[in-house]
Design a binder for this molecule. Structure first.
Ligand SMILES: NC(=O)c1ccc[n+]([C@@H]2O[C@H](COP(=O)([O-])OP(=O)(O)OC[C@H]3O[C@@H](n4cnc5c(N)ncnc54)[C@H](OP(=O)(O)O)[C@@H]3O)[C@@H](O)[C@H]2O)c1
Length: 325
């Protein structure tokens, strides 16, 4: 089968597509013929060996996928060849086949395209866990989404709307702001302008943001916290800007605001009930047709490097997806 293979941690230009053996199904596992895999910010860090934990070499990058079950180990119940599934693994998705345990996948709702299935799990789990379980976002509150046209940002807009919030989307270009508005943002802000906090103040009638969804980091984060409402919650999701900000400790005191960390990588172990609640709600929205995962751009497997580069150069709108097979 064809698979992207990382033999040395390196920039994506130095990573190749190889022919390797189809992975064998071992007890407790199932094999999926991958139809689509998405590329996230973390995948780019892993390829370069810059993520918190390194995948042992050689490895195939790609964590999220959708496809059709091809073989099931005899000891696995509830799954059969031919079922359409979507899921997430630590790595291995940018390949024609992947072998995973059954708890890594769920059945794809009828009518959902593989590209959308591959763009679902991480971003929407992050958005709903952050906004609901960590941020206690309530209907009628004002939600500020930073990096709003990115993968997690666009998910936070959709989820924020489903939770009944008024969503203000902040992004750096006109195209990105239009993209954010097209997925439900009530108002948009150009946060590359020095006066963007004045616009936020006007848009919230002087109230500030009740909840801030922040996958960006850097100076923007500190500025955003300065515009938080009393009893507001600033959700620390990521540092796409490459810079980890330092928040002066007087600000939470003066603003009566909370700084709250979000790490979905830990919730299966630390908060399994919260994860189950969030996944159940997301599945209900998906199956009810209330939520469709946003696919940004779709690339052929041979062009996988372009998917990474689009994301790494801040050019991505939504999630980058690679079509396989
Ligand atoms: N905590 C968690 O559980 C969790 C889960 C998923 C992802 N994350 C993290 O969240 C962050 C964002 O992930 P994502 O998938 O939303 O990424 P993404 O699709 O690349 O979007 C990130 C956004 O950040 C903004 N940005 C500002 N400076 C940037 C820069 N120098 N390079 C690239 N983007 C920049 C961009 O918007 P503008 O151009 O509009 O500024 C971009 O749209 C990453 O750090 C990721 O690791 C965390």
């Amino acid at each position: 089968m064809k698979a992207v293979i990382v033999e040395q941690y390196a920039p994506i230009d130095q990573i190749g597509l190889k022919d390797i053996a189809v992975p064998v199904v071992t007890p407790g596992q199932l094999r999926i013929r991958v139809q689509a895999a998405s590329v996230g910010f973390v995948d780019g860090l892993k390829v370069e060996g810059r993520y918190q934990t390194r995948d042992p070499l050689p490895f195939t990058p790609g964590a999220e996928f959708a496809g059709v079950i091809d073989e099931v180990a005899p000891d696995v119940q509830g799954f059969a060849p031919g079922m359409r599934v979507m899921g997430a693994a630590r790595s291995g998705a940018l390949a024609e086949y992947i072998v995973v345990p059954p708890d890594a996948v769920e059945i794809m709702p009828d009518g959902l395209q593989p590209e959308a299935g591959a763009a679902f799990r991480t971003n929407y789990l992050t958005a709903l866990y952050a906004l609901s379980e960590r941020g206690s976002l309530r209907a009628g509150e004002q939600l500020l989404v930073l990096g709003a046209a990115g993968g997690t940002g666009i998910a936070a807009i959709q989820v924020g709307k489903l939770l009944g919030a008024r969503v203000i989307a902040a992004a750096s270009t006109e195209d990105k702001r239009k993209f954010a508005a097209s997925f439900g943002a009530d108002a948009v802000i150009d946060y590359s302008r020095s006066d963007w906090r004045d616009t936020l103040k006007e848009l919230t009638g002087g109230h500030g943001a009740d909840v801030i969804f922040d996958p960006v980091g850097g100076e923007i984060s500190v500025q955003a916290f300065r515009s938080i409402a009393w009893n507001g919650r600033h959700l620390v999701v990521g540092f796409a800007s490459g810079s980890i900000p330092a928040l002066p400790f007087n600000l939470p005191l003066l603003k009566g605001g909370l700084l709250i960390g979000v790490d979905v990588a830990q919730i299966a172990r630390r908060e399994p009930l919260a994860q189950a609640r969030v996944m159940a709600q997301l599945s209900a929205w998906l199956n009810g047709g209330n939520l469709t995962p946003v696919v940004g751009k779709v690339f052929a497997l041979a062009d996988f490097r372009e998917a990474f580069k689009t994301m790494q150069t801040r050019a991505a709108l939504g999630k980058m997806v690679v079509r396989i097979g």
